[in-house]
Each structure stands twice: as C-alpha cells, then as structure tokens.
Design a protein around this ligand. Structure first.
Ligand code: UDP
Ligand code: MG
Length: 165
C-alpha cells in the first residue's frame, strides 16, 4: 500500500551531526521525501506529539528531550511517501529501546539510555497509518507537503503574516 510516514531527526541526532548519515540510510528505502523542514519544538507541539505517553513517569523528561533542552533546540521533520513507507522506515530505525535495537539500525547504532531513563534514540518514525495521519497533520500544513495525501478545505482568513522585507 502507498503510505506516508512522519520522520523526525531528534535533537540528539542533530547535535551528533547525524543528519546526512540518517538521510542516507533512509534513502535505501527508495521512498520519496514529500516534505521537510527544521522546527524549534514548542511545549505544546511536544505534548501533543507524545500525548499517548502523558501518564508515563518519564513524560516530562521526554518533553524536554524533544524540545532540545539537552542538545540543540531544533529537530528536522520530514514526510516519506511510497509503498510500505511506514514499515520500511521503522525497520531502518530499529526498536524503540536502543539497547534492544539491532546494532546496525539507526537507533541501535546511535541511541543511548540516559541516567534519567529516557531513550535518546535519535529518530522518530510513525508506527502505523493512524499515527502517521495524526502526526503529519500536527507537524505540517497542507501547503508544506508537495503531494496531496489527505483531503483539505479552503477558508478565507485575515491575519498578520511575516514576509521577506
Ligand atoms: N520512550 C522512552 N522510554 C520508554 C518508551 C518511550 O524514553 O519506555 C521515548 C522514546 O524516545 C520513544 C518515545 O518515547 O521514541 C515515544 O515512545 P513510543 O512508545 O511511541 O516509541 P516509538 O514509536 O518512538 O518507537
Ligand atoms: Mg510511537
């Protein structure tokens, strides 16, 4: 099935200069990149992204981690698109726990567990189609994605915008 999946190179991945390496690994999948941007993650975005983990003891640390409190305050967000995209990307990422992840996977090779118990695992990838849709819609606006993947609506809106001077 043709799918789309959200990938985030987390702050530890950027701090460790792994961007090129990770993108090269992901290019093995032959999937297409249909959106990409750098993001400074707000507490709101972090909380919404990890809402399924809000009752876990490590939640606050996880929020600080993805916001870049421990590394750099930025992440790279991308959408990959193509046949079996979700599983293909997850396979290259490896298991959530970097100690359990295959040592040649991205998380196995570069992840670590902090003394506070958070898995700093370098990369996020959507786990299933439902997560992918929720996450892509959370991180990207329709016009930031170059392929029409979900239905959109048009609405008139009057507001202040920032443009190049
Ligand atoms: N996480 C953690 N400890 C856990 C489970 C998750 O630190 O016991 C962190 C880890 O960074 C993980 C993120 O929370 O990538 C999201 O967890 P999820 O269970 O959704 O795993 P993923 O989909 O990222 O593999
Ligand atoms: Mg997940």
């Amino acid at each position: 099935m043709i799918e789309q999946t959200l990938v985030i190179i987390k702050p530890d991945g950027l701090k460790k200069s792994l961007t090129g390496n990770i993108l090269t690994r992901l290019s093995e999948t032959k999937l297409e990149i249909i959106a990409a941007k750098m993001v400074q993650v707000s507490r709101e975005l972090a909380t919404e992204h990890y809402i399924h983990l809000k009752d876990m003891p490590f939640f606050e640390e996880l929020i600080k981690y993805i916001m870049g409190e421990y590394h750099k305050k930025k992440v790279m967000a991308l959408v990959y698109w193509g046949e079996g995209a979700i599983q293909k990307v997850r396979d290259i990422c490896g298991k959530t726990n970097p100690e359990e992840a295959d040592s040649v996977s991205i998380r196995g090779a570069y992840g670590r567990i902090t003394t506070k118990g958070v898995y700093e695992n370098v990369i996020h990838a959507s786990a299933n189609m439902e997560d992918a849709e929720r996450e892509i819609k959370l991180w990207f606006k329709p016009n930031e994605v170059i392929t029409n993947i979900y239905p959109v609506i048009e609405e008139e809106e009057k507001r202040k915008i920032v443009k190049w001077a």
